[in-house]
Design a binder for this molecule. Structure first.
Ligand code: VG1
Ligand code: CO
Length: 543
């Protein structure tokens, strides 16, 4: 059949953010919008003959349409083979796994991750490179530049391959292989964790609740927890992926996963609770009436990594995003390994993992992962915790409080001001930048500012630099306030304020978090004149 060349024009604003290009569904449905971006990806990749790509998404509204469009374009652009998840579905960590296992050139992920979905919600697209991880800034910038000069795209008019049936079909010369979305991924996890120990745990009556939030982690969690590990049916709730996530916000934090938090606080609470986001790369860990702070989770997994067969040989290093608490730093020190501090976004971990410098990585935004793939991985983190619970026989709360007793506690919270006016947010950040140089040495609320700066990062592997990655005010006792603007939102701007205070004394480890951080919260408010600049007196989300 025919390969058509369709004339088009650049569409402004196709610049990928923290994690790919995210826009309202209505924007993606504009004529040529998706096509322009996809063609720009293909043009950036160059000669695609003989190459394999992986394709799948989190099943949100527009996923299926986009999968078919991309297949038609891939066929017209000379791609040799595409591995597509059945139904067009693949979680973000599964794409990473499949790229690596099948040595693909890269993959395209259709997801706006933790953003809401549905016809009025968000859609997104992201390109991952051959190591399985998000394209680094150099690549996304080239793709973006291409979107500003594009004049045409190529598309085949061959009939669609049935993506709901495992098997092979052809479009033009391109082979389309429809794969089981779960199998490769589940096999990989089985090699990392002590499935026998976890199976025994469940057989002994241990109860858990995994809230898939009507998103793509459902089929994975069911196949692994209820299938391979023998957890009772019903362990996974909201297990069926829905195009609009049931109208919920598929972001696993105590605010959005309220159903799970309520269950875990009840008198009949299971032993263990967990939740994952839209594309299954985030995780929230909850004990009985006890939510684990993601920064603590990273530190705890690092401190106990040897319980899992995949990490028995020890870890080479730990990497965390700058705003993530320094709990992991203390573990790295105790283990005698290096701690890397990167800008926000998983793409910055790729080089560290590839070079063998870091084994575990984490972000405060409910993201944890390791060198097993190049994305953060929600189900992986849950299995790591299950492995830890199975081996120690302790409760979640006991594990966390014992960790604090040994290393001290990093009280931690993030305050988000969502959908504020873009200009106001920019003014706030600009004002802060101007103030920075005068802050060192100032005393505020019994704290003394040690230094204040705008975080910039030089990648230790390839020397690439990233500036303006978050304004931080660091106190002489190590407490920190960090300000950044979100790079994943689709409405106005979102200001994130990250707050951290270290407390060594176990007698002081049970203060409610917001209370423990109150003096820092007050400083953060006054230094940035939040109310004045944003017109808001309170954050919209506190994690
Ligand atoms: C947020 C988080 C960041 C995470 C990113 C993608 O970015 O802060 O830690 O890597 O989302 O996660 P931002 O720029 O909005 O702060 V996901 O699960 O949405 O791919
Ligand atoms: Co996600």
């Amino acid at each position: 059949m025919a390969i058509l060349t369709v004339p088009t024009q650049p569409i402004p604003g196709q610049k990928p953010g923290t994690s790919g290009l995210r826009k309202k569904v209505a924007v993606f449905r504009q004529q040529h919008y998706l096509e322009n971006f996809v063609q720009s990806v293909f043009d950036t990749l160059g000669d695609l003959s003989g190459k394999t790509l992986v394709l799948g998404g989190d099943g949100r509204f527009h996923n299926r349409t986009a999968v078919h469009t991309i297949l038609r374009m891939a066929a017209a652009n000379g791609v040799a083979r595409v591995l597509v998840g059945r139904g067009g579905l693949l979680s973000t960590p599964a794409v990473s796994c499949v790229i690596r296992k099948h040595e693909a050139l890269g993959g395209i992920i259709l997801s706006a991750s933790h953003n809401p979905g549905g016809p009025d919600g968000d859609f997104g697209i992201k390109y991952n490179i051959g190591n399985g991880g998000p394209a680094p800034e150099g690549v996304t910038e080239t793709i973006y530049q291409r979107t500003t000069t594009i004049t045409q795209y190529r598309v085949s008019d061959d009939p669609d391959v049935d993506i709901d049936k495992i098997g092979r079909g052809y479009m033009e010369q391109m082979q389309v292989e429809v794969i089981d979305p779960v199998e490769d991924y589940a096999d990989m996890l089985e090699g990392l964790f002590d499935f026998d120990a976890i199976r025994k745990l469940f057989a002994g009556g241990f109860r858990m609740c995994f809230d898939a939030m009507s998103a793509i982690s459902g089929p994975y969690a069911q196949a692994i927890l209820e299938g391979r590990l023998g957890a009772p049916a019903g362990t996974v709730i909201n297990a069926v992926p829905l195009e609009d996530f049931g109208g919920h916000h598929p972001d696993p934090n105590p605010v959005n996963a309220a159903q799970l938090i309520e269950l875990m606080a009840g008198s009949d609470a299971p032993d263990f609770g967990a939740a994952s986001d839209g594309d299954a790369d985030r995780n929230m860990i909850v004990g009985r009436n006890f939510a684990v702070t993601p920064s603590d989770s990273l530190a705890i997994l690092a401190a106990n990594a040897q319980v899992a067969p995949g990490y028995r040989g020890g870890i080479a290093g730990i990497a965390r995003s700058m705003p993530t608490s320094r709990a992991a730093d203390r573990v790295a020190e105790a283990l005698g390994v290096k701690l890397y501090e990167t800008p926000t976004g998983w793409k910055y971990f790729g080089n560290l993992l590839d070079a063998g410098l870091a084994t575990l990585c984490g972000e405060e935004s409910y993201g944890t992962g390791s060198n097993h793939i190049r994305e953060k991985d929600g189900v992986w983190a849950v299995l790591f915790w299950l492995n830890l619970l199975a081996v120690t026989g302790k409760s979640v709360q006991q594990i966390v409080t014992e960790h604090w007793a040994r290393f001290g506690r990093n009280y931690y919270s993030r305050h988000d001001y969502e959908a504020i006016e873009t200009h106001a947010a920019q003014v706030l950040m600009d004002d802060l930048r101007i103030k920075l140089s005068n802050l060192a040495g100032q005393e505020m609320n019994h704290y003394t500012v040690d230094f204040a700066d705008d975080f910039s990062y030089t990648d230790p592997v390839d020397g690439s630099q990233s500036a303006q990655q978050g304004i931080r005010i660091v106190m002489t006792d190590g407490s920190r306030i960090v300000y950044r603007l979100s790079g994943t939102g689709t409405e106005g701007a979102t200001l994130r304020i990250y707050l951290e205070r270290y407390e060594a004394d176990p007698a002081l480890h049970n203060i409610p978090t917001q209370q423990a951080l109150a003096p820092l919260i007050a400083i953060a408010d006054s230094v940035a004149s939040i109310a004045l600049n944003t017109g808001r007196s309170n954050p919209t989300v506190i994690t």
